[in-house]
Design a protein around this ligand. Structure first.
Ligand SMILES: [Fe+2]
Ligand SMILES: [Fe+2]
Length: 432
């Protein structure tokens, strides 16, 4: 088995990763962009240029953010091998920023200097991007103030190296590299992105090793990593949602949104396994049918995005029949079987604006089915959009109960089991 830098996993060491950095050094300032400038105006049309700008804007702002937020991790590093590598990574991230900054200004013609070029692409940033990188800013700032806080350090690495680098950046780079290589376009950009991609593989290999050590060091660090992923992964589904959900933004470059999500999902699960955490331990992944292919799972995530349930919390969900079916299937995977069985009857959802659904325990399995069922142990009365938000942890069920958006009918004995029944970090209050 090889790791991200093509080394056998068992021999990977911080020292080896440092040596790879020395031998892999490159220069962002000597790249010749003259053919890129010709390609930019001649090989692409207006829509393609706009799609490239959107994609590269996420990288430009992302690289600037990761260069800036890594110093607290360096200060918090527990030993010399980690701090020596992290010092090289800060240099790398600054170099990546210089590379994207040069391309955006010298080829795409955006801005007059580094600050104005960054400012010029702000309008391209997606809601998901702002959420994920906003959290990186907050956590990194908190770690700056409390460098000895191991749980906080674990969360920054779980976000930075696993989600941002290991899932989002690697997936985005892969498809852009493939298209430009196949077409022989933007030769300067290709030289740079190939180097960026090699650097990122090294960073991810470091992050997995470092995070694995932190997660194994204490139960508190392990819980901190899982809590971080529970919170961030739903937001990260929104990072690559193109403007107006226009599929042309990726399909113009030969890949679908589902392909990039499948790639990211596979990449994330491989990293979790290397850290020693099962996908079932992470809330959103627990609600997926993992017997399905990554492509099918990505398609289902896009059904939820299309219904406004995932990806941009400013939208009110309007769940389609298929979206409800996906949510109910997910609930059966995450529901506590023993608690469901102990209710002694099915659970009914009477939607105020959609067809009813119910969940029953049959032959030792929870099953979700459309329609009404006789003699339910519990009945929920709620709008389908509100329930969708609760199902993906966007809404707190306790607040929904208090504001009467969610009503529960059933005997006290069944209601009292609600907190244990559902996969909720904050159990719903049964007294409302
Ligand atoms: Fe980078
Ligand atoms: Fe990186």
């Amino acid at each position: 088995m090889l790791d991200e830098v093509g080394e056998p996993k068992e021999v990977i060491s911080y020292e080896r990763l440092y040596r790879l950095w020395e031998t892999g050094n490159w220069s962002a300032t000597v790249i010749d962009f003259s053919q890129d400038a010709r390609d930019w105006s001649e090989a692409f049309d207006e829509r393609q240029r706009e799609a490239l700008l959107w994609n590269y804007a996420l990288f430009l702002v992302g690289e600037e953010a990761v260069a800036r937020t890594l110093t607290p991790v360096l200060d918090a590093a527990p030993g010399h091998p980690q701090s020596i590598f992290l010092t090289t990574q800060i240099v790398d991230e600054a170099r990546h920023h210089v590379f994207f900054d040069r391309f955006m200004r010298e080829v795409a013609g955006l801005g007059r200097d580094t600050a104005s070029t960054l400012g010029a692409v702000d309008g391209y940033l997606t809601w998901g991007f702002r959420q994920v990188f906003g959290e990186l800013d907050r956590l990194s700032e908190a770690l700056r103030k409390k460098p000895k806080d191991r749980a906080l350090l674990t969360q920054v690495v779980a976000l930075y190296h696993v989600v941002i680098e290991g899932m989002l950046a690697i997936a985005g780079q892969h498809f852009i590299q493939r298209y430009l290589k196949e077409r022989g376009l933007l030769p300067g950009f290709r030289v740079g992105i190939d180097n960026v991609s090699r650097d990122e593989s090294r960073h991810v290999a470091f992050g997995i090793k470092f995070l694995g050590e932190l997660v194994r060091s204490s139960a508190e660090c392990r819980c901190a990593a899982i809590e971080l992923w529970d919170r961030i992964i739903p937001w990260s589904t929104g990072v690559f949602i193109p403007p107006n959900m226009d599929r042309y933004y990726t399909e113009a470059f030969g890949f679908t949104l589902e392909e990039i999500y499948a790639f990211g999902l596979r990449s994330l699960e491989m990293k979790l396994a290397r850290v020693g955490i099962a996908p079932e331990e992470v809330s959103l992944l627990r609600k997926e049918d993992r017997t399905q292919s990554y492509e099918e799972r990505a398609r289902r995530i896009w059904v939820l995005i299309g219904s406004g349930i995932l990806g941009d919390d400013r939208r009110e969900p309007e769940p389609t029949d298929e979206a409800l079916e996906i949510l109910f299937q997910g609930m059966t995977y995450s529901m506590d079987l023993e608690v469901a069985r102990s209710l002694g009857g099915p659970i009914q959802w009477d939607f105020t604006d959609a067809e009813p659904w119910h969940i029953v325990v049959v032959d030792g399995h929870t099953q979700a089915k459309p329609g009404r069922v006789g003699d339910p142990a519990l009945t929920f009365e709620v709008a389908s959009g509100e329930w969708s938000k609760i199902a993906v942890n966007r809404s707190d069920p306790r607040v929904a109960l208090l504001t009467r958006k969610l009503k529960v009918r059933g005997p006290w004995s069944a209601k009292s089991k609600l907190p244990k029944l559902f996969d909720q970090k904050s159990p719903p209050s049964v007294t409302a």
